[in-house]
Design a protein around this ligand. Structure first.
Ligand SMILES: [Zn+2]
Length: 255
């Protein structure tokens, strides 16, 4: 390239950049992968497969796994985070559910404010300690939610995105609903044919989180996951990380 060509190239780039920046992707998906507790070959396979396809993914950590000094695990998490194609979110402390009398209770469903506050805050604290930055997204075990969950989230200024459905009185956080079902045949069992069928039925969706449990995938289900990604890529979907989505929404609100 001679000097003139370089100048022209810079000029063209300068003119087109603001246009690109304002051009909101038409359809956005956040891949929501649940239940990180440690390094496993399946998690590596999932992260590698997604990256090979250029698909960014978010993964929820069960935060009691971040206790003690697990150097290998923490390095693994930080390396994935530093790749820019993975973001970790708060998936609660212990993922437990139990019954009190007749009542079914889970970590963030009917367990009470004190319980939820401690589990949420302890998780946020350990994630920040291990990953160096405040976690902006939250998804509860079993996608449970009650008024205490909302209260606890509203008390954390860093919390900006909640993987959930209809939630009222949530301040400052966007809701990322699982409008398209990733695992049509049950936990850890994606089914491309069924995914495509519901996709065609719900043809007006422009934003969705898609939930998977990759650490429960068998070979067959890795294949189904792969087909779902290929399909969405072909359909022109953009895959975003929670923090990117929040930043885009903030920008949009500013006008
Ligand atoms: Zn879970």
């Amino acid at each position: 390239m001679n000097r003139l060509n370089i100048l022209i190239a810079i000029a063209v780039l300068a003119i087109s950049l603001p246009v690109i920046a304002q051009d909101k992707p038409r359809r956005i998906a956040i891949i929501k992968a649940d239940d990180v507790r440690g390094i496993t070959p399946k998690w590596d396979r999932f992260f590698n497969l997604s990256k090979e396809k250029g698909v960014k993914v978010s993964a929820g950590i069960i935060c009691n796994s971040l206790q003690k000094d697990k150097k290998g695990y923490f390095n693994w998490l930080n390396k994935l985070k530093a790749s820019g194609s993975v973001e970790f979110w708060n998936h609660g402390w212990d993922h437990k559910r139990w019954t009190t009398g007749e009542k079914k209770v889970s970590e963030f469903g009917g367990s009470g404010y004190e319980h939820q506050k401690k589990h949420f805050d302890d998780s946020q604290k350990l994630m920040k300690k291990v990953l160096g930055v405040a976690t902006v997204a939250f998804g509860t075990p079993y996608n449970a939610v009650d008024a205490d969950t909302v209260k606890v989230m509203n008390q954390d200024a860093n919390m900006r995105l909640f993987f959930s459905y209809r939630v009222q009185k949530l301040k400052g956080a966007v809701i990322a609903p699982m409008s398209l079902r990733g695992e049509s045949d049950g936990t850890g069992k994606p089914n491309f044919k069924k995914f495509k069928a519901q996709y065609i039925k719900k043809n007006n969706i422009s934003f969705t989180a898609i939930q998977f449990h990759p650490n429960a995938f068998s070979d067959k289900y890795f294949d189904e996951y792969s087909k779902i990604l290929d399909f969405l890529i072909g359909e022109g979907w953009t895959f975003m990380l929670p923090a990117e989505y929040v930043a885009m929404e903030d920008q949009r609100k500013k006008g």
